[in-house]
Each structure stands twice: as structure tokens, then as C-alpha cells.
Design a protein around this ligand. Structure first.
Ligand SMILES: [Zn+2]
Length: 326
């Protein structure tokens, strides 16, 4: 296996911002021989990407392919082999057979929700890229008897999230982890449709959010359909839309759409997917999107149904919106 020059593209599929550290495509202790596992670490420090890149006394860098900042931003450090786990108790998690992720944490601080979410999405995308199951994601503490990292994370729960994310579903609500109040940490809004909603034939529906798993967000406008930011924010969205009542092959569009703040004017919906109902007349689709939001606009999730049959948006439809300060 050559240098893993696809890592930046794979990381971007998480929806989290990615930084490519200069020189990463040729950095490594030679090429990466194989990828049969992923090992999760904490760095035991802060602001320590340079340590992962350059090494520390007695251990030459790079130490791992990826450094994960506490706000969830992913730094691609190296594409070759790294010194992150030796000796390993698992053949799938040696330096020559696995990718290492070093997450910024001093070894005791609570994990920010955004970082944990990014961590799990990153592992899910790596598993998909390299044809691994979630079971191949291990904590360093599981594959090296002398290690304790990553601290306080139940790796069984972590793997359950990774497995769920690999299916295209969102994370299990409320299970992402603790939330730390910090300006670098996005506000996470988890929304659920809560009730079945009709999508008229030849018409559309703006999903009404009856359930909110987090209560630190703003209201959703008079009709319950809007995501409103109380200042300038970068919104990273991921919805899991479930529709029923269609015939096989029926076409619908799913879109994250910006409106004027008063909801009267549609501004744009560049994040729009056309999907077709499966043989059971159902749609189950993840809808990502990234937007700038501010006090002059609002965000809605729309289902557009050009057909002659009404569809039903199922109550289990959910969305997660991370609002980053810009
Ligand atoms: Zn470690």
C-alpha cells in the first residue's frame, strides 16, 4: 500500500473542517504497508500538533497520521507509516497495519461534544474507505497494555456510534458525550421531526421540528421549521430523512435551504439531492450541508415532491446542526 494521499478527502467527508499540514503527502517512516485498523489516542497535551508531526525526545515523528483538534477540526499530518502503537497486542493495530489518530486532550479534561462527534465520524469514514468494520476501531488502551488513552471514553459506546454513522444514520441522540462551554466549541442543535408529516403531491414540505434534544439553541420560528442563529455562524448540518408512501422509483428532492430571516424569500439551496424511492416505496437518505448563517437569514430542511402521489415524512426524521462561531 502506498502513501495514503486520500486521507484529506476522506476526512472532509465528515463535514468537519480539515487542515492539510504542509508536506503531509510524503511524510512518514516510509509508506504505509497496510490499513487493517484504526487506533484512537489522546495526546496528553494541548496545541501539540507539532509533537505529532515532529516527534518527541526518543521518538521521531510523525507519531500519527492525524491530529484532531478539540474543536473538531481535523489536521492531516502524514500519509506514510507513523510511530503510534508499539508494541501492539493486535496484529491489526500495529504501526504497519493501522492508522493512528491523536486527539488533542491533556488526559483529564472533558471531551468537547464536537471533538467526539468529529472523532467518530472520522473513524466511520476511515472504516468505509479501507473496508473495515467498526470493530477494527480500537482505543490505544485496548491494544497496548501500558496505555490509558483515550481517557474516559467507553470504546464499546464509541464503536456503536461509528457503526451507526457508517450506515449513514446520525449519531444516537444525546450520546455524543459531554458538552464543554468554550468559544471554540460549536453549539449543537439536535432536531427531531417527532410527528409524521405530509408532503403533498406536486408540492413541498418544510420539516417541522417537534423535538429538540438540546435546549441551548434558539427557537425555530413561529412555525417550528427554521434553524436560527443569534449571530454570524458557520452551520454544518446533517439530516437523516425517512419518507414513506411512495411507489418504487418515485423521485423527490431533499434540500437544506436558506431563507430570508422572515421566512418569506427563498435565498438558495445549493445542498440539494435528488433521490428515488426504493422497492418498498421508501426513502432513507442522509442530507449534508454547510452554510453561513446570520441574523438576516434562516435555515430549513425541505422535501420537494414533484410526483402525483403524496408522501409521508416519518417522525423519526432527525437532523443535527453544529453552529461554529466564525
Ligand atoms: Zn496513545
Amino acid at each position: 500500500m502506498p502513501y495514503l494521499t486520500q486521507l484529506a478527502a476522506v476526512a472532509r467527508r465528515t463535514g468537519y473542517p480539515v487542515t492539510e499540514c504542509p508536506g503531509w503527502k510524503t511524510r512518514g517512516h516510509g509508506p504505509q504497508p497496510a490499513v487493517q485498523g484504526v487506533v484512537c489516542h489522546h495526546t496528553a497535551g494541548w496545541n501539540d500538533m507539532h509533537v505529532v508531526r515532529d516527534g518527541r525526545p526518543g521518538l521521531e515523528g510523525p507519531l500519527s497520521q492525524i491530529w484532531l483538534r478539540r474543536d473538531g477540526r481535523i489536521f492531516i499530518v502524514a500519509a506514510g507509516r507513523c510511530w503510534h502503537n508499539a508494541p501492539s497486542t493486535s496484529v491489526y493495530h500495529q504501526n504497519s497495519s493501522s492508522i493512528g489518530i491523536e486527539a488533542e486532550n491533556n488526559g483529564s479534561a472533558p471531551w468537547p461534544e464536537a471533538q467526539l462527534d468529529s472523532y467518530q465520524r472520522l473513524c466511520a469514514e476511515l472504516c468505509k474507505e479501507f473496508g473495515l468494520t467498526a470493530a477494527r476501531v480500537k482505543g490505544h488502551k485496548e491494544v497496548n497494555r501500558q496505555k490509558v488513552d483515550p481517557h474516559s471514553i467507553s470504546m464499546d459506546g464509541f464503536r456503536a456510534q461509528v457503526a451507526r454513522l457508517m450506515t449513514g444514520a446520525g449519531p444516537i441522540p444525546g450520546k455524543a458525550g459531554p458538552h464543554e462551554e468554550d468559544d471554540d466549541v460549536p453549539e449543537i442543535v439536535s432536531l427531531g421531526a417527532g410527528q409524521d408529516q405530509d408532503v403533498p403531491a406536486g408540492g413541498e414540505l418544510a420539516v417541522r421540528w417537534h423535538t429538540e434534544y438540546t435546549d441551548d439553541a434558539d427557537d425555530h420560528g413561529a412555525e417550528g421549521v427554521a434553524v436560527l442563529a443569534d449571530g454570524t455562524r458557520w452551520a454544518m448540518c446533517d439530516a437523516l430523512v425517512k419518507l414513506g408512501g411512495l411507489e418504487p422509483g418515485d423521485e423527490v428532492d431533499l434540500a437544506w435551504t436558506r431563507y430570508s430571516r422572515d421566512g418569506k424569500e427563498l435565498l438558495d439551496d445549493p445542498w440539494r439531492l435528488t433521490v428515488h424511492a426504493d422497492p418498498d416505496g421508501r426513502v432513507e437518505q442522509s442530507v449534508p450541508g454547510q452554510f453561513g448563517l446570520g441574523k438576516d437569514n434562516q435555515l430549513r430542511l425541505r422535501v420537494i415532491n414533484p410526483g402525483t402521489r403524496p408522501a409521508k415524512l416519518e417522525k423519526v426524521t432527525m437532523a443535527k446542526v453544529a453552529l461554529f462561531r466564525r
